[in-house]
Design a binder for this molecule. Sequence first.
Ligand code: SF4
Length: 317
Amino acid sequence: MFGLKKDWSLDVLPRYFSLEDYEGGVARWCPGCGDHAVLSAVQRICRDEQLAPEKTVCVSGIGCSSRFPHYMHTYGFHGLHGRALPVACGVKARRPDLTIWVATGDGDCCSIGAGHWIHAIRYNMNMVVMLFDNNVYGLTKKQTSPTTSAGTVTNTHPRGAWLPPLNPATATLGFTNVSFVAKTVDWNPVHLHATLLKAYKHRGLSFVHIHQRCPQYTADVYEEAQKDPSQVLLLTDDDGITLDPSVARMYPNKLEHDPADLNEALAIAGRKDKIPIGLLFQDETRPCYEDYMTQGLGMTAEEKIRGMNAALDRFAI
Ligand code: SF4
């Protein structure tokens, strides 16, 4: 790849990464699954931002969406159920120079991984967390997940789920030290891409709640919203998601929302009449745990031993 310098000489960049450089194995998600769109958006962002594949890590738990690292030609960790976030935090703690994408589902994050979810938000380490929310456990063939709507017939609730569904966005907004929460939909690739790009550029943990289609098991969940854009509420603001004119034209219902307003973000995220999409909340002044965790990372072993001995000597009697 070539660039033109100010003196008109050619600057030959050492490496240029194309989309193919981020493409891993052939994605084995069902045709029409929303996961394909998210994968494509992340690959485009990696290419546009020229993220070195060897400095990019995709971490996941267990579930359909958690196959994500297999399809990225970067480093990856397909972990244990619900454990994507502690693994991602561990990677970031030791290697703050790496870019981290976390793929987790509504079952993986909001059920078995819920404890880790709360504390990862509190640690606020610099990474993008993508919650693929298809309202069901897809990998295990249609079991009720924490976000399954009441009344939905599943294999675990053949007479219909009866607990009220958990709202991942309102929950996250309520966690201590939250710094970024956005919502988007997989079936609008332009808004999806813009939202993930904003999340990538945020300093701290960016939590992106993605309404994700599962044509196999919950085909009807987002069908109406796809056909009728008036069911979506588009959040607008100069500090929000950068909106392509095509996105602004598509959605007749818009709401100006200042992402600094946490209380208003909670009210919007809790709305049941429409699917709000856009940046709900952002505060880049919140402390990031890696600022503390990475202290001393550049020290030699001898320097560390000297430091530890000096600290222990304080207690000598
Ligand atoms: Fe996607 Fe659903 Fe198929 Fe899983 S079962 S790959 S979520 S469409």
